[in-house]
Design a protein around this ligand. Sequence first.
Ligand code: KIV
Length: 265
Amino acid sequence: MKKTTLHTLHSLKDKGEAFTVLTAYDATFARLLDQCGVDAILVGDSLGMVIQGHNTTVPVAMEDCIYHVECVARATQSALIIADMPYMSYATPEQTFHNAAALMQAGANMVKVEGGEWLMESIEGLVQRGIPVCAHLGLTPQSVDALGGFKVQGRDEEGATKILNDALALEKAGASLLVLECVPAELAQQITTALSIPTIGIGAGSDCDAQVLVLQDMLGLNTQFTPKFVKNFMQQAGGSVQDAIDLYIKEVKERSFPAAEHTFE
Ligand code: KIV
């Protein structure tokens, strides 16, 4: 199996072909996603909620992320592995370099950080040191307390302009990918057009260059709460995990997912 690289993902954007990302935290699911042909696996700090049972991602520690990246990396041959940097692990550039290096040594191909323009120095430093970066804007779950809850971002003009300007700044700093979480579809489309790097949407409409979902959510295993942007692919696929992943890949690539019902205005 050929390894997916950032070059592969950038060429897909240039050709207008959507690509797929799903989360995984363990070897069994990582192997399955890899074999199904998911382009990138995100070892998200959503593991704090999905695996550890916390209400937010804030309690997740560096050791937790390292452990789960190691599990996923052992079982992944083709998919690009994106590792989340957990809460406060990138508060200063020095901390960022140290912790990002640990995730790369655990088997990640790039690291993901949440936040806007203030991250430029750290991103520039990581890129200079050979560590690719995925940025994350919109609803940034590590800031849930500052945001006042898990809410759609960028609905008013001021908020939308800030997200667009942050996106341009992060690209300028050297970010190679950008996750857009819970923003109106029109804003996500505007950002996707303005950037040369691929955008990965979650609750950000079908015009993003790629889509990501938390695996357990799209399999319908989260019985507590289903966000509007989640579709239960396992139900539609008749109860097979593999068929659910295949269906997700098909619908993302043909841009029939996300549909209007999974999208914010
Ligand atoms: O932690 C995570 O899984 C994420 C996605 C929801 C984008 O950041």
